[in-house]
Design a protein around this ligand. Sequence first.
Ligand SMILES: Cc1cc2nc3c(=O)[nH]c(=O)nc-3n(C[C@H](O)[C@H](O)[C@H](O)COP(=O)(O)O)c2cc1C
Length: 215
Amino acid sequence: MSQSVAFTAAFADLEPKERYKLLCASVTPRPIALVTCVSTEGVVNAAPFSFFNVFSEDPALIVLGLQHRPGNTPKDTSRNIAAAGAFVVNLVDEALAEAMNICAIDFPPEVSEIDAAGLSLLPGVTVPVPRIAEAPFALECRKHSAMSFSPTRELLIGEVVRIHAREGLVDPRTLRVSMDGYKPVGRMFGDGYSRQNDRFDLRRGTYAEWVAERG
Ligand SMILES: Cc1cc2nc3c(=O)[nH]c(=O)nc-3n(C[C@H](O)[C@H](O)[C@H](O)COP(=O)(O)O)c2cc1C
């Protein structure tokens, strides 16, 4: 492949697999939600999702892109959240990355990824779903709504009702988050991930400053 030519493609001409490749490798790094939820049988499920982001703060909404398994069976996460209406988004840092990857294995519904990955749980406070004790942040969520775009694709919207942060990550007075203490991991493409240890600041200016600087 020549890297020196510009590339363009109409999505109508691409197979879904090709669109996935281009979208997931260009919209990156993506944050990772390690979602915990509980089955009707009481098994705690954990699975990572990088079709994930925060959408708004009033109301406080997060979005998750859930796709079914090949063969169209819903993932345990989709089934559990549809039944229970609540879940927890555990954010993933460098220390949690390997356990997160174990949680992505397609364990059967009766096997808890929590035990397999050697993780521990703390009880939910506002929702009846436990969070991962090792997670730097955890967002307790109630299912707000879900939009179905095909028999196998669902956009789940969750309302965040409580946040938990590991000791030392949030200054309770200013609510500032310590990025040096957090060390979040981003999803690149396929098996690729990124660390956030080369950050930089860009102060956002105002129109008045723009005019004053340029005359
Ligand atoms: C980093 C990472 C991100 C993932 N993101 C998604 C995603 O956004 N949507 C999705 O449906 N599956 C995603 N997966 C795959 C699920 O985690 C995987 O299918 C998991 O086994 C589902 O578990 P469950 O059946 O217990 O819900 C991702 C996997 C990894 C490793």
